[in-house]
Structure formats: C-alpha cells, structure tokens
Design a protein around this ligand. Sequence first.
Ligand code: UD1
Ligand code: CA
Length: 506
Amino acid sequence: MSQRSCLSVILAAGEGTRMKSALPKVLHQIAGLPMVAHVVKAADSAGASSDAIVIGHGAEEMRKAVAKFAPKAETFVQEERLGTAHAVLAAREAISRGYDDILVMFGDTPLIDAEALNLARLKLAEGAAVAVIGFRPPLPNGYGRLVEKGGKLIAIREEKDCSEAEKKIGFCNAGMMAVAGAHALKLLDAVGNKNAKGEYYLTDIVEIAGAQGLDVVATEASFENALGINNRAELAQAEGIWQARRRQEAMLSGVTLLAPETVYFSHDTEIGADTIVEPNVWFGPGVKIAGGAKIHAFSHIEGATIASNCDVGPFARLRPGADLRNKAKVGNFCEVKQAVVEEGAKVNHLTYIGDARVGAGANIGAGTITCNYDGYSKFFTDIGEGAFVGSNSSLVAPVSIGKGGYIASGSVITESVPDDALAFGRARQKTIPGKGKELRERFASARRRRRRRLAPITDGQSAAAVSRPKVAVTSILPTMALLKSSRSSAGIQYSRWALLPACSTL
Ligand code: UD1
Ligand code: CA
C-alpha cells in the first residue's frame, strides 16, 4: 500500500445549520480536537501524504483552524455549494498533480478509522477505479443506497431519487470513497445535476465509471465509523463512542480505570502503564503521565506533565505548565500552574502554586499561596530543596526560599529567605490575661442597653408617641432620618414592622 501515493480530499464547505452555531460545524470538537482534524488524522494514518480541505462557509475561521491542526494541509474554497462532486472539484489543482489514490472524505464524519480507509485503498490496488465505503445504519433514512449486482456496485441512489424497491436497501453510502487518481478528474467532470436536488452528486461517478467499463466496488465499515454529525446530539454520541474506544485502549495498555465511563480523555492524552485513575477524572489537552501514578477522584488535569509514581488529588487541579517530577504529590484542593514540583516534593492541601519551582523534597503546608500576580505581571517564586513552608503562608513573588529554608505558619513572605534560615512574616502574638472575659461583659451590657432603646412600637400606635428611638435613628441612619422628618411633617402612622428591619442593622 505504502508505495501508492495518496491525496485526501476532505469536504468541509457546508454550513451545518442544524448545529445552530456560529462556529462552522466541522470545527466543533471531539475529545478537544475539531472533528475535521480527526478526519485529517485518519487520512494520514491511512497513508495520505497530502490533504486538501475544501472550505466555504466560515472560510476565514476554517483557514486559521487548519493552519493550527494541520499546517501542511492545503485549503480550497468552494464558492457556491453545488453538491459533493462540485466540492471535490474545488481541489482540482491538487488532484491534477497526479496521485495513485484519491480518498474523498467528509469533514463531519470524525470517527472513521484508518482501517476502513485502507480497505478501500486496497480495492484500488487490486484494480478497482472506485471503492465506496458502505455501512448498515439502524435506519437507512436520508442516506444514499448502494445498489449492487453480482458483487459489483452499479449505482448509489440518493434517497430523494430512490424507487420504493431501492428505499428498502439497508446497505448505505457512508459518503467516503477511494477513487483511482488516473480516472478521478474524468469521472468528476462527467457528473451532471439532473436530479431531485439539482446538485452535482459525487455518488454519480459510480454509474459513470460502470458505463465506461471500469471496476466499481463497495466495502463495508461499521456504523460507528461512518457516523456523520449533523447536530449536537450526534456530536455527543460521537464523543461517547470516541471516549469508549480510548478508555478501552488505555485499559488494554495497562492503565487501571476504576470507573472507566467517568474518565474523560483528550485526543492527545498520554498515560503510562500501572497508572491508576479513580472515578471522575478529566484529562484536558496536553497531558502526559509517565506511569505508576495515582490520579485520585475528581481531579482536573490539563497541559500537565506527570513523571513516574506521582500522586495527584483527590480534587486536584493541574493547569498548563504543571510539571510534576518523580514521586511528587499534589493533594486535595490544590492548584498548580506553570510550576515544577520536583522529586518527592509535597503540596498536599488547599494550596495554589503558580509560576514557581518547588524543590525536591520540599513540603508546602496547607493553605500556602504563591502570590504571583499584581494585576499586570506574573512573578516567579523559587522554593529550594527540602524547604518547609508552614501552613497558611503567602509567598509574595518575586521571592525565593533557600534550600532547607523554614517558613513559620501564617507568614507573609515578601523578602527572599536564605538557605536554612527561619523566617517569620507575621505580627507577634500578644496575650492579656482576663481581658477576654472583660470584653465579653462590656459587649453584653452594650447590647442590653441597645435593645431597651429600640423596644417595639405596638401596631396602630402613633410613631410620634414613641419618644426614645428618635435620637438613635436620626444620628445613625440617614434613611431613617428621612422617615422621621416625613413622619413629623405628614403625621404618618408607622407600624413596628416599618421600623425594625432598618434598626436591626444598627
Ligand atoms: C451524502 C451522500 C449520501 C450519503 C451521505 C452520508 C452525496 C451526493 N450524497 O449525502 O449518499 O449517504 O452523505 O452521510 O454525496 N459539501 C460541500 N459542498 C457541497 C455539498 C456538500 O463541501 O456543495 C460537504 C458538506 O459540508 C458535508 C459533505 O460534503 O461535509 C456531505 O454533504 P451533505 O450535504 O451532508 O451530503 P448528504 O446529503 O448527507
Ligand atoms: Ca450529511
């Protein structure tokens, strides 16, 4: 197979109105990667050396996205959406460069795998001019039907053009096909638009090739492989299938997933053998785990590198740039961002480590925060090997703590601490015997006096008749002062319910 050159032409010009989205349909993601990028990956693993992506709707956004996920792919604009054959011809320039095989694929069919594509390419290698990928969906409605005779594919009939007998065929067109490069342009140029939709159907090349005496065959892929995404429910369905495949792969490669259906992988998650993943763990893009790690429940990990035998979570958040070296530990309710936690270091509870290095074997106490941001710039905190940071300390960056440095609990550290030094960054405690009791008594008697002053007014009684609240209310609450003045000028009656809520804030 590898000696045959191959171009993929990926159709992605459609709008995808049923997604009800400002984003072009094929840029919606599966496992954190646009679905069209999954298609490019499949094409490349089936041996495509070049990829031509046909864009139209949202062309600018598409171009930018393609430059990121497939920088070597070319894009071709289909100005008007006149049908799938017309769309393939938008990439005429690429096709005419001359390839043995042309793989035509749809950008909205992200679960197609290399095996299904290779099978179609194999048919070309055996002499077929066209090999169409078919599948058997639970309900064939809406799909083109594959009409076969004597083991040969003689036509693909779009549902709108089907006879009643043809509608009963369960073998359907997945949309993708392999076309011999030598015949591709000649076949595509012969396609007309005399059909129910007035479109240039790619599927017509089957009959055209047959009429020219060329060999046309159908191969069969699984329903999952051929699943096309038209709305967000199908997007979620595809995500589910992708995740199930990935979990299976992870487990077979030696990773323990305690509750596989609750673990979410990204397209590029790397996870080594003997890692144990507890329930409800999310791996965002860019995660690499060497192996032997324990990832405890409810951890959220993205853009992080985790070396051997680390311990993470439960409820840990590792953000991009978190770099845990061997046997490092990041425990519950800790967040680590853009920071190296060196070998054997422990960040166990309720801590934020951002833009920092935590030296080997250092111990970071509960509630420690690196204050890395002043609202404008980020600053670095360097914590030396074997340092001990007492609980509830704030390390105001830029700052460094030397090797073996010792920080007293509750410190606010604003100046660097030399190796092996002890630093206190807090006010000294003062203890006054008996003063607590005295304060309590003073506060209690003040409260009793206040309550006497604010005794409630009985319903219907004229507020003017109550003399005591006047002073307190006018002096403390402007709103109540207003009430008082309007009360005296207009002689309005107030109930205790009008007065009490405001007074209770005194
Ligand atoms: C197509 C097939 C049908 C098959 C089904 C499988 C044709 C004529 N029909 O039908 O046999 O069962 O897929 O899902 O091929 N596109 C363009 N430009 C266009 C038209 C389409 O880029 O002018 C792209 C779309 O963005 C989409 C793909 O081609 O990615 C398929 O087009 P769509 O209109 O969805 O084809 P179906 O009617 O589903
Ligand atoms: Ca479709």
